[in-house]
Design a binder for this molecule. Structure first.
Ligand code: WT7
Length: 674
């Protein structure tokens, strides 16, 4: 049995208790490029970091081909580096090449360094962490892969994973990669309806979940959410259930006790040979319409890009412990808790808890206990912890820390300074990393090519290798002057970019490649300084970012409008001291609406149809919304109202009923004060 085998023991216990302007280093030394980046050896004429960056842009294909040969283990070498037509949303990297991603993340390290720790599962209770070596993770993945295969999951299938961060979630992702299935991880905070929508769109045959999750001392029954979801998902044949706690769980005929079945599987699982451009995973994210989009990421390019960015953005070195505290349900968890670190044979922390459990010292106590070298977190958590004061940080030894990372939203200067001076004792560079679910990995970050480059607080700074940002002006032309702002586009394909939207390639083209033909449009605005440093200024579309979680305002409106009392609504982002952005809903009620507790009715509807984080922070009931004569809601007017910038509301000539605006301004004052 599992418990009696040394190496399997830890593996089994990983799945459940039952189985048991600142900154250092303005030095501008010129190293030979190849000494810094061994992949660059052989690039004739490239002498320094800047040269390497230029080379990666001017000779993109040679750059990526050399890196791909060196960093990945191929079954068949690729014959074609890049084939693309941006206007059609077509991007193909490393065609002809074949590989298996799980072999790249596991077998090669299990072979050379079997007892190295691959994952540290930082469970909710501090001090109860579980370490999993490369050998153990490979075995766990092989057993899971064999189980998937025996239960007829194969290339072309999609497996939905609805689990908190834990080693078996990672093994499940890698087991999919091993047998050629795509995975679709859904953040375990999403409701049954949101989960069902994603399962249906992905046409998943199989779901993997846990009986219940444990986070911040709170137990949540995930399996019953899955039961409710799959009732409305005809494609689901089977649900694998992992026991995270001892609590018994009702099993239906579709359910499979995953750990039990894994025990009788072999620890060797033949990896499937995959083409570079086969699908690795789908990941749903919000856009500016009501329907979430399943971004498609493929094998070789994604893995290569996460591996290279993990190494160079964070200066990750062999033996370091990398602590990305993002949930595996988001792209950050995919790229920097799982694929990047494992591709590099690193040690990665999987964080199950919250920044304030059992107290606001949790992160730093963990840093001390696990000797974390790179800590990668979100501005919203930093802002929250800052409020609790420095003592919670200073209590713990943070001398292991070398690099601090930030992701998900702009980091304000106060939070940046605190992160740098208090958390990092002024010693550790803070890297503010800009990227998206669509980009697969970090695209703009302070020191992608120079370990000692200057960092300006709160700026994402410089493009990564092979990334060519372009800012567009209001006419849709590239901005040519220095020190300018515009819509942020990327002018060249890079290996980590998403290849499509599942089931809707046209939407992929329309969203990312239509606005600025020949360019990938990010949806963000940015400013570029004279020195060529980028600062991200925020979304240009109707997508908002609540605590670093992305959500489309249209998605929330759709759900608010489903409340029986609601006639119509308009949702916009508002600034929030901790969350970055909060949700502000303007709601028009039906004439005959009953007045009993409409606020909780709306909140309950949003949390049951989407997730708790999408609930409005403010609900303002209004008689009518400001509309144009053609009936379009003038959202910019609403934005000005919540930003308290009503001195100049802009051109109101198309407004149908100017009185509506005055009513709304007054209502806002009544709700939020002056
Ligand atoms: C959007 C992408 C990338 C992983 C987490 C979020 C915003 C992300 C930054 C940053 C300013 C940022 C952008 C982007 N964003 N990082 N460092 N500075 N804004 O992934 O859910 O796909 O959201 O998050 O607006 O478009 P996502």
């Amino acid at each position: 049995m599992w418990l009696s085998h040394g190496c399997v023991k830890a593996a089994a216990s990983c799945v459940g208790r039952r189985l048991s302007r600142a900154v250092a280093g303005r030095r501008k030394k010129s190293h030979a490029a190849s000494a810094f980046m061994p992949e660059a050896a052989g690039f004739l004429g490239v002498r320094d970091h800047g040269g390497l960056q230029e080379f990666s842009i001017s000779q993109t294909e040679s750059f990526w081909a050399a890196v791909a040969r060196r960093r990945l283990e191929w079954i068949t070498p690729f014959s074609d580096v890049l084939d693309y037509d941006m206007e059609r949303g077509k991007v193909r990297w490393f065609q002809g090449g074949q590989l298996n991603v799980s072999v790249n993340c596991l077998d090669r390290h299990a072979h050379s360094n079997p007892d190295k720790v691959a994952l540290i599962w930082e469970r909710d209770e501090p001090g109860s962490e579980v370490k999993v070596t490369y050998r153990e993770l490979l075995e766990m993945t092989c057993r899971a892969g064999n189980l998937l295969r025996r239960r007829s999951v194969k290339k072309g299938d999609c497996v939905t994973i609805y689990m908190p961060p834990c080693p078996l979630a990672v093994a499940s992702m890698l087991a999919c990669a091993r047998v050629g299935a795509a995975h679709n991880v859904v953040f375990a905070g999403f409701s049954a309806e949101a989960l069902a929508e994603r399962i249906r769109d992905a046409r998943s045959s199989t779901v993997i979940t846990v009986n219940e999750s444990v986070r911040g001392g709170k137990v949540t029954p995930l399996k019953s959410t899955v039961d409710a979801a799959v009732r409305n998902c005809p494609t689901v044949r089977q649900v694998f259930v992992v026991m995270r706690t001892d609590a018994p769980v009702a099993m239906t005929p579709k359910d499979v006790a995953m750990e039990e079945e894994m025990m009788s599987e072999d620890t060797v699982c033949e990896p499937v040979t995959m083409d570079s451009e086969d699908v690795l995973f789908l990941l749903y994210t919000s856009g500016s319409t009501g329907k979430p989009k399943g971004l498609v990421h493929t094998q070789a390019g994604y893995l290569l890009y996460t591996s290279l960015t993990h190494k160079y953005v964070f200066d990750y070195n062999d033996g370091d412990v990398f602590g990305c505290v993002a949930d595996i349900g988001w792209i950050t968890g995919h790229s920097y808790a799982v694929y990047g670190p494992l591709a590099n044979g690193g040690t990665s922390v999987l964080f199950e808890s919250t920044p304030v459990y059992p107290d606001p010292g949790r992160y730093w106590e963990m840093v001390e206990r696990l000797k974390i070298n790179q800590f990668y977190g979100a501005p919203t958590a930093i802002r929250l912890l800052l409020k609790y004061g420095d003592e919670w940080v200073r209590k713990y030894d943070r001398s292991s820390l070398k690099t601090l990372g930030s992701v998900g939203e702009p980091i304000n200067t106060e939070a940046w300074e605190w992160y740098h001076t208090v958390v990092g004792e002024g010693r550790c560079p803070v890297v503010d990393t800009w990227w998206q679910t669509e980009t697969g990995g970090i695209c703009i970050a302070p020191r992608p090519s120079e370990p000692n480059a200057e960092i300006i607080p709160g700026m994402a700074m410089r493009p990564f290798f092979g990334i060519k940002p372009t800012l567009m002006d209001a006419e849709g032309k590239p901005v040519t002057s220095d020190d300018a702002s515009g819509a942020l586009c990327l002018a060249k394909p890079w290996p980590g970019m998403a290849r499509s939207i599942h089931n809707d390639h046209q939407r992929f083209i329309d969203t990312y490649f239509k606005t600025y033909p020949g360019y990938f449009f990010t949806g963000d605005g940015a400013h570029c300084s004279k020195e060529g440093y980028y600062q991200i200024t925020g979304r240009l579309d109707d997508v908002i970012n609540v605590s670093g979680h992305r959500i489309g305002t249209a998605e929330i409106e759709d759900v608010v409008n489903q409340c029986s009392a609601v006639a119509e609504s308009a949702v916009i982002g508002c600034s929030h001291p901790i969350k970055g952005q909060g949700v502000y809903a303007f709601v028009v009620l039906k004439q005959d609406a009953q007045n009993d507790d409409l606020t909780s009715q709306i909140n309950n509807t949003v949390s049951s149809k989407i997730a708790k984080y999408a609930c409005p922070d403010h609900i303002q009931f209004v008689q009518r919304l400001p509309k144009t004569r053609s009936g379009k809601i003038m959202r910019r007017v609403l934005r000005k109202v919540v930003e308290r910038d009503v001195g100049d509301l802009g051109d109101l000539s198309t407004l149908d009923d100017p009185a509506a605006v005055q009513e709304i301004i007054q209502g806002h004052r009544d709700l939020c004060g002056n």
